[in-house]
Design a protein around this ligand. Structure first.
Ligand code: GLN
Length: 308
């Protein structure tokens, strides 16, 4: 079929680029095979295509932030979430210890400060990490269409080095942004980052965002359209951290990256896509993953500012 053939060509075009390096601050990610690579697309009418190492599981890491933001909106309402987390691009590294001047809120839900806060807004206010993660796993599994699980080795590795995220947790607690025990919020956030997926899972999950919240395979509405609009808006302005401006002009697809090497993209009314390759650039985005997305965008005319 022509689509897998085309996707294999996309892999071939970026295969020789071995620049960048695995995330080294999480031991389990440092040890991942850096040569693995895969790409998947899900159309809004439910066709899913994937090639390369499309059965290799890797942790979602920051990609989880987009979906947990949607769950926080579901549980607290958009105004409840906006009262706690801003929507301004930070232009800073993702784990920056910072709050917006004046409001004292995290700048946006795609950097760690905002994502730990979004995590704390899922479920009842006094929920434990266990309760929140169970809710998050259920929601994400429904989107993926199979039961997703936490990678315990990745979780343990990241917990060994949780001080920076815990620093964010204490800062958020002191600022009155998170209500629960900061350690529970940070533990739960790190567990949510450790959920394993394949590019196929991610493409289907992104396909729901591309389809306005209606699951492309089951045809069921699973995310309200207003939440999808909010999620895609912050993915556009903040999804690639301090490379967001470069990304939106070159690729032009709302996207979210994670430090395990995954990236999702979702174009309203058209497609969900996912790529995987563990080597990252200095900003924490997958090098070959970004190139694959650029090829897909150019070849298929997917830049959101182009008239098709
Ligand atoms: N769990 C990672 C962290 O908090 C996620 C970072 C990322 O994917 N950018 O550091």
């Amino acid at each position: 079929s022509p689509i897998p053939d085309y996707l294999n060509k996309v892999l071939d075009r970026v295969r020789d680029d071995t620049s960048g390096a695995n995330a080294d601050y999480i031991e389990a990610l440092a040890k991942a095979d850096p040569d693995k690579m895969a790409v998947a697309v899900a159309t809004v009418d439910g066709q899913v295509y994937s090639v390369g190492d499309d059965d290799v599981e890797f942790s979602m890491q920051s990609i989880s932030k987009a979906f947990v933001y949607a769950l926080a909106i579901e549980d607290r309402g958009l105004s409840g979430v906006l009262a706690k987390i801003g929507v301004e691009p930070s232009g800073d590294v993702f784990n920056k210890l910072s709050l917006e001047a004046g409001s004292n809120k995290p700048m946006n839900p795609m950097i760690n400060a905002g994502a730990i806060t979004a995590h704390s807004l899922v479920g009842p206010p006094d929920a434990t990490a266990e309760v929140r993660v169970a809710r998050i796993l259920k929601g994400m599994s429904m989107l993926a269409g199979r039961e997703l699980k936490v990678d315990e080795a990745v979780y343990e590795a990241e917990m060994k080095d949780w001080h920076r995220n815990m620093g964010l947790g204490f800062m958020l607690k002191a600022a009155g942004i998170i209500e629960c025990d900061p350690a529970e919020a940070v533990k739960g956030y790190i567990r949510q980052c450790s959920i394993n997926v394949t590019v196929r899972d991610l493409a289907i999950m992104a396909g729901t965002l591309g389809n306005g919240g209606v699951h492309p395979v089951t045809g069921k509405r699973v995310i309200p359209s207003l939440s999808v609009r909010q999620v895609l808006s912050v993915m556009t302005t903040c999804g690639m951290y301090d490379a967001a401006g470069d990304w939106v002009s070159r690729v032009g697809i709302p996207a979210k990256s994670g430090v395990a090497g995954g990236i999702i993209g979702a174009l309203p009314g058209q497609i969900g896509l996912a790529v995987f390759s563990p080597r990252l650039d200095k900003k924490g985005n997958s090098v070959r993953g970004m190139s694959m997305c650029e090829h897909l965008s150019n070849d298929m005319g997917m830049h959101m500012m182009d008239i098709t």
